[in-house]
Design a protein around this ligand. Structure first.
Ligand code: SAM
Length: 281
């Protein structure tokens, strides 16, 4: 008989926000695997829960994950607790979930608030369609490239960001996507909870004066119809397009033909680019 993996939410902020079901599971589990044991221990102490606790975070996920899977195969029930919010959303829980699925171990989510949806709900921006982007790349160049790819995204965009990178990220957003409406939610459900709403420029100006502190979730308006005409033409790299088409199942020749058709250029031009100067593709 296999055990069971519970994805047990802890509040993204206030300790009182935890559900009774989450408390029961934490009490009844054989082991709690926590992304931040100090954070989780505070919660366990607050509710007088004595279940054994072990760490599971991005730096030990491979090796600790193998150990946890072994216990699950032996029939143990493990509650996975992320640093805060819903386990598996932008944290190492994703890997354990994938490994548990492969091993045929049942997984039960004990839902609780994720910062992404909590921030979205009070943003004042469209909530009927949204896209979660998590953390943008750390390098300035890659961050701008990612934002350029998002420029035509019509759905509301949700981002996570660390306080020490917030201003750099807001600057990049202002450069690539100026005039968009935005909401920045700070320290949700905690003592210093705050939401700042405005245009991207207004929000950047605010954080250039007030140093960012705490946890931040950014909600960015999607691309409006009238903005589309003002955006620069989307630049498509022919070589990347051929590679994407191959990944989608086109063979090499068919991918070149399709790319030429989509970009409106002769096949031989794409062929030369894909082959490269040395003649190898
Ligand atoms: N699994 C978590 C969840 O469901 O929200 C997210 C984990 S991710 C590693 C941590 C990021 O979530 C933080 O850097 C911040 O961007 C966001 N976050 C977490 N708690 C928050 C809070 N109380 N207020 C605003 N954003 C928060």
């Amino acid at each position: 008989m296999t055990g069971e993996l519970y994805l047990c939410s802890t509040p993204i902020g206030n300790l009182e926000d935890i559900t009774l079901r989450a408390l029961r599971i934490l009490r009844e589990a054989d082991l709690i695997a926590a992304e931040d044991t100090r954070h989780t221990r505070k919660l366990l102490n607050h509710y007088d829960i004595n279940t054994p606790l072990t760490s599971y975070h991005e730096h030990n996920a491979r090796q600790k994950g193998a150990y946890l899977l072994e216990l699950l195969r032996e029939g143990k029930r493990i509650a996975l607790v992320s640093d805060a919010g819903t386990p598996g959303i932008s944290d190492p829980g994703t890997l354990l979930v994938q490994q548990a699925i492969e091993a045929g171990i049942p997984i039960t989510p004990i839902p609780g608030a994720t910062a992404a949806v909590t921030a979205l709900s009070i943003s004042g921006l469209a909530t009927d369609k949204f896209v979660f982007e998590g953390f943008l790349p750390r390098s300035n160049k890659e961050r701008k490239e990612r934002l350029a790819k998002l420029a035509r995204e019509e759905r509301t965009i949700i981002l996570y960001e660390a306080p020490h990178r917030l201003v750099a990220t807001l600057k990049a957003i202002c450069e690539v996507l100026p005039y968009r409406r935005m909401a920045v939610a700070r320290e949700l459900t905690k003592q210093y909870e705050e939401v700042i709403r405005g245009t991207t420029e207004e929000i950047l100006a605010h954080f250039q004066i007030t140093a960012p502190r705490g946890e931040f979730t950014l909600i960015l308006e999607g691309c409006r119809e009238e903005e589309k005409g003002q955006l620069p033409e989307e630049i498509i790299d022919p070589v990347e397009l051929v590679r994407t088409l191959e990944e989608q199942g086109f063979d090499w020749k068919a991918a070149i033909k399709e790319a030429a058709k989509r970009l409106g250029v002769p096949k031989r031009e794409i062929y030369q680019l894909v082959k490269g100067p040395g003649g190898n593709n």
